[in-house]
Ligand binder design. Structure first.
Ligand code: SAH
Length: 234
C-alpha cells in the first residue's frame, strides 16, 4: 500500500471488522457517539438528498445513519474487510449507500467538486499526513460545501482518557488503538483548514462518558472534538 496511509493502522481496524456492528463490541464508543455526531451534522446540513462523502467510514456506522435520513451517502476506506462489512450490513438494514476502497486523494482527483458535504470522523489521527486528507476533502466538495471533522486532541486529558482509560483501565478499546503522538490540537487542525482555503465555522467538544455510556456535544475540547468548515462559494 503506497501513499498517505499507515498499513498497520489499516490492519488494526480490519481486525475489528467482524464485530464492528456489535453495539457492545470493541467499537462501542463509536456506536454511542453516532447519534450525537449525526445531530451535529444535521443542524448545519439537513441530510435529505444531500450528496455526502464519509472519509474513513470503517464499517459504515455514520454512513448508514446518514443514508437512513435520506442522504445519498458514499463511504470510503482503505480497509477492504471493513468495506465488505459495510456492504453486507446494507443487506440487513435495507438501506442504500455506495462503498468503495479508495483513498480520499484518489476520489478527489476522480470526482472533484461533486459533494455537498464531507464527513471525516475519528480518522485523521490514524493518517501520516492529515493535511493531505483535508486538501482532498476541500477538492471533492462543491463550492459552499461543508466539512465535518472529529479527532482527538493532544492533551494530558486525552492521553489519560483515550489511551490509559479506554485502552488499559476500562479495556473499552483494544490496546494500541491510539498513538498519542498522532493526536491533533484544535489549533493545528484549524490552521490546516485555513491553509487549505476552508472557512472554520465551529469547534465543539465531543464528550463521551464511558461509565454512563453517554455522549454529548459541548464546549470542552480537551479530549475529543468536532469541527465544521465551509468551502467558500465561488
Ligand atoms: N469514521 C468511522 C470509523 C473510524 S475508525 C467512524 O467514526 O465510525 C478509523 C477508520 O479510518 C478505520 O476504518 C480505518 O480503516 C480508516 N483509515 C485509516 N487510515 C486511512 C486512510 N489513509 N484512508 C482511508 N481510511 C483510513
Amino acid at each position: 500500500m503506497n501513499g498517505n496511509v499507515n498499513p498497520q493502522e489499516i490492519e488494526k481496524f480490519s481486525a475489528l471488522a467482524s464485530r464492528w456492528w456489535d453495539p457492545n463490541g470493541p467499537q462501542r464508543p463509536l456506536h454511542e457517539l453516532n447519534p450525537v455526531r449525526l445531530a451535529y451534522i444535521r443542524r448545519v446540513r439537513p441530510l435529505s438528498n444531500l450528496r455526502i462523502l464519509d472519509v474513513g467510514c470503517g464499517g459504515g456506522l455514520l454512513t448508514e445513519a446518514m443514508a437512513a435520513e435520506g442522504a445519498r451517502a458514499t463511504g470510503i476506506d482503505l480497509s477492504e474487510q471493513l468495506i465488505d462489512i459495510a456492504r453486507l450490513h446494507l443487506l440487513e438494514s435495507g438501506l442504500q449507500a455506495e462503498y468503495r476502497v479508495v483513498s480520499a486523494e484518489a476520489l478527489a482527483a476522480e470526482q472533484p467538486g461533486t459533494f455537498d458535504a464531507v464527513t471525516c470522523m475519528e480518522m485523521l489521527e490514524h493518517v501520516p499526513d492529515p493535511q493531505a486528507i483535508v486538501q482532498a476533502c476541500f477538492d471533492v466538495l462543491k463550492p459552499g460545501g461543508s466539512l465535518f471533522l472529529s479527532t482527538i486532541n493532544r492533551t494530558p486529558a486525552a492521553f489519560a482518557l483515550a489511551v490509559v482509560g479506554a485502552e488499559y483501565v476500562a479495556r473499552l478499546l483494544p490496546k494500541g488503538t491510539h498513538d498519542y503522538r498522532s493526536f491533533i490540537k484544535p489549533s493545528e487542525l484549524a490552521s490546516a483548514l485555513r491553509h487549505t482555503g476552508f472557512v472554520l465555522e465551529d469547534v465543539s467538544g465531543l464528550h463521551y462518558n464511558p461509565l454512563t455510556r453517554t455522549a454529548s456535544v459541548g464546549s470542552n475540547t480537551s479530549v475529543n472534538y468536532l469541527m465544521t468548515a465551509r468551502k467558500p462559494d465561488v
